[in-house]
Ligand binder design. Structure first.
Ligand SMILES: Cc1cc2nc3c(=O)[nH]c(=O)nc-3n(C[C@H](O)[C@H](O)[C@H](O)COP(=O)(O)OP(=O)(O)OC[C@H]3O[C@@H](n4cnc5c(N)ncnc54)[C@H](O)[C@@H]3O)c2cc1C
Length: 715
């Protein structure tokens, strides 16, 4: 803890100790007040302003330090200053004191609490950010919640100070009035307990709940309003219609069929969507061929005199298609029909919140449904760089049709797709130039991780141009040229083929969103709430079309919430949980991450400790000839709680599972260290990383004593 925090804590603790040690609480009792009332009245009459000020300051101190006595002082204010001035003084003093306690709690503990429980608190934080004023108002009005607890707890949330101040003052006003009024007749009061009758407590509670109920009611009215212009069918043919049979749509339909709902899945193109046809599956198949080639080039390192490879690029690409075909049955119409899903090949359009029109080869049909899941995916973004149409551009949609290896390939984009394909084509023999306008490739990862990948690319003959912004494409004397801007200068890159991998945009037009007025976000994804609901609570969106992540596993994850909420939301709705999201980029070295990395921790101001273990030291990696890479773990300072982990190296995506599991289920590095890992495996790297952490946290003083003990034992 920082020095100034420790000092403040010490001062507060000292004042509290003084209060209790000298039994100052005895001055904050009815009996004491009544016995001294005449003297106090005299003091007030002699100098009412000064007396009011002293009273105000004592009140602020008592409430600011969260000491007992606020309720009594409110009564005393009524007795001494009367209803009007008593209320004014107490209202401001109690709010100021509460705000001081709120600020002290925030200053001393908020960072630590958010760092320790940040993931678990995400939903609460979001709720407080959205509706914090309402919650606070209710808490202030309902007398069951102790005043000082509210101050301290609210300090730990992201509630704004000004909101806390004004809501507290407004919310406490009614209670203040009751107490101050009671104080004007203090002679008749024997105890603090009797002031609030059960009737009054119930009235306050109702008053406190009113804003929340009103808000919910307004929400319900708004929700009804969006449906107002759409005639609702009296009954529905189906429980669920899913648009798009990619990773997200398939999972939604699968879940619906598994729970015996009547579900229809509509796909206009190929079952399996991007992942199967143009994404994960073909890219990983190509990576495998390219890797084999790269390994064979290292034959000598493995003790083989020589290994020559002859290959035809077209054969490699045919193998990629064979892999796609082999996996395709998993996502096929036949399989899903067997599972109980009605599959329709056709183009879907939402025509009302309860109807979907499907254009098929046989004509147009309209299906009525209780709920709709939009899983329409995303497509490659082609930047509007002048001349791009003239030179032609491959994307992740079309690159799989290539049967001739481009001699000189420009890959525009340093993200995961750009990096994976850059390395593949370089390994297959293209002369690849990767162009990225940001300062490094794989910008989401820590700089040294990006650097590790970039150095490997360069070692393999790739020209990596970072800080290069593509400005224009030209054809000069039949040669295609990319003109980039770098450091204010023009850089010319001649090439034969161009592959654009600068991002993917969600498919949000042409299937009814515009007509229904379903909004999209700034990131141009379909806007959904935490339950994956769009503006229409019975229309859900998941996968790439909704974001915020664009992976197959996150598509499946959000699809689960969409399907379950769509089918059972009237009983219980589940908030999509994005607290532990992993991903991997299948370059060599492979890079996989879950949770925070250093760059993000710094940006978010989250305190962390970093532990690294170099995979170059790992027995199995050495035996495999893959002794490179790193395991990098971020933990809460002084604790083994994992905030995030990045692995770069062979099979990083597989190795990371241990950290994903640990984070998901709250297991720390001690638990990983205490788990037997098979020798010799790559996954031992995780255990060794935990070991590095443990070594850095050994109780040195205790070990010194143990050393002495052993010396003594030796005699
Ligand atoms: C080259 C590449 C490599 C990748 N590698 C990985 C990886 O290794 N790991 C990973 O996790 N992710 C990877 N991804 C990302 C992954 O492919 C996507 O995140 C995932 O496919 C998204 O699934 P989805 O269901 O949201 O969308 P999609 O798979 O795009 O499916 C959407 C479907 O909806 C259909 N559709 C759209 N509109 C309509 C309509 N009106 N009517 C009927 N049908 C419609 C489309 O035809 C499409 O089939 C990769 C992507 C690419 C491009």
């Amino acid at each position: 803890m920082k020095k100034n925090k420790l000092m403040l804590m010490a001062i507060i603790a000292a004042l509290i100790v003084v209060f209790f040690a000298f039994d100052l609480g005895r001055y904050f009792t009815l009996d004491f007040f009544k016995s001294q009332q005449a003297a106090i009245d005299g003091y007030v009459r002699a100098g009412p302003i000064q007396a009011g000020l002293v009273f105000f300051l004592i009140y602020v101190a008592v409430t600011g330090l969260s000491l007992p006595g606020a309720a009594f002082m409110t009564l005393a204010a009524g007795a001494v200053f009367g209803l009007l001035w008593g209320t004014v003084i107490v209202s401001f003093a109690s709010t100021l004191g509460a705000t001081l306690a709120f600020l002290a709690s925030r200053f001393l503990f908020q960072d630590a609490i958010q760092a320790r429980f940040g993931n678990n608190l995400k939903a609460i934080n979001a709720g407080v950010e959205k509706d914090g004023a309402f919650y606070l108002f209710t808490l202030r009005l309902v007398p069951a919640f102790p005043f000082f607890v509210i101050n301290l707890v609210m300090g730990l949330t992201p509630l704004k100070t000004w909101t806390f101040y004004w809501v507290s003052q407004t919310g406490m006003l009614a209670g203040t009035l009751v107490y101050v009024y009671a104080g004007t007749e203090i002679a008749r009061i024997d105890s603090l307990q009797g002031i609030l009758s059960p009737g009054l407590i119930i009235s306050f509670t109702l008053l406190g709940l009113f804003p929340l109920i009103a808000k919910r009611a307004v929400g319900a009215i708004k929700a009804r309003k969006v449906y107002a212009k759409w005639p609702k069918p009296a009954s529905f043919d189906r429980n669920l219609v899913v648009i798009g049979a990619g990773s997200a749509g398939l999972v939604s339909a699968y879940i619906a069929a598994a729970v015996k709902a009547k579900v229809t899945l509509i796909e206009k193109h190929k079952m399996g969507g991007d992942c199967l046809n143009t994404g994960c599956v073909p890219s990983k198949a190509l990576i495998r061929s390219a890797k084999l080639l790269a390994t064979m080039k290292r034959a000598k390192e493995f003790g083989l005199k020589s290994a020559t490879v002859e290959f035809d690029f077209a054969d490699v690409m045919e193998r990629v298609q064979r892999v796609v075909k082999t996996v395709a049955p998993h996502d096929s119409i036949e399989r899903y029909t067997r599972l109980g899903v009605e599959c329709i090949t056709g183009e879907a359009k939402i025509t009302s919140p309860w109807t979907v029109e499907v254009k098929t080869a046989d004509g147009t049909r309209t299906l009525s449904t209780r709920a709709i899941v939009i899983a329409a995916g995303a497509r490659p973004f082609v930047p509007p760089i002048p001349g791009i149409n003239q030179v032609g551009c491959l994307t992740s949609d079309t690159v799989w049709d290539l049967r001739e290896l481009p001699k000189r390939l420009v890959v525009l984009g340093g993200g995961p797709i750009g990096c994976e394909l850059t390395q593949c084509f370089a390994r297959l023999g293209s002369q690849v130039t990767q162009v990225e306008m940001l300062p490094r490739i794989m910008i989401r990862e820590d700089p040294e991780i990006s650097d590790m990948v970039m150095r490997q690319f360069e070692k393999e003959g790739v020209t990596v141009l970072v800080n290069h912004k593509g400005k224009q494409f030209k054809v000069e004397n039949g040669e295609k040229i990319l003109i980039c801007e770098h450091d204010g200068k023009e850089v010319r890159v001649p090439f034969d083929a161009l592959l654009c991998a600068v991002g993917r945009i969600a498919n949000t037009s042409g299937y009814g969103l515009e007509e229904l007025g379903i909004p999209v976000t700034k990131a141009r994804t379909v806007e959904v709430n935490e339950f994956m609901q769009t503006l229409y609570p019975n229309i859900y969106a998941c996968g790439d079309v909704a974001g915020p992540y664009q992976f197959t596993h996150t598509a499946a994850h959000t699809a689960w919430y969409s399907a379950v909420n769509a089918l059972f939301g009237r009983f219980k709705k589940f908030r999509a949980d994005f607290s532990v999201i992993p991903w991997a980029t299948f370059t060599d070295p492979e890079v996989a991450r879950v949770g925070l990395n250093e760059t993000e921790a710094r940006e978010k101001n989250i305190p962390y400790e970093v532990t690294t273990y170099g995979i170059d030291d790992l027995d199995r990696a050495i035996a495999d000839g893959d002794a490179h890479g790193v395991v990098k773990v971020l933990t809460v300072p002084g604790k083994d709680k994992i905030l995030g982990a990045t692995i770069a190296g062979e099979h990083a995506g597989d190795l990371l599972i241990e950290f994903i599991l640990a984070m998901r289920h709250g297991l720390g590095l001690n638990k990983i260290l205490g788990t037997i890992h098979i020798y010799p495996t790559l996954v031992e790297a995780n255990k060794y990383a935990a070991g590095v952490w443990k070594k850095a946290h050994t109780p040195k003083e205790l070990l010194r004593w143990i050393e002495k003990f052993h010396a003594w034992m030796r005699g």
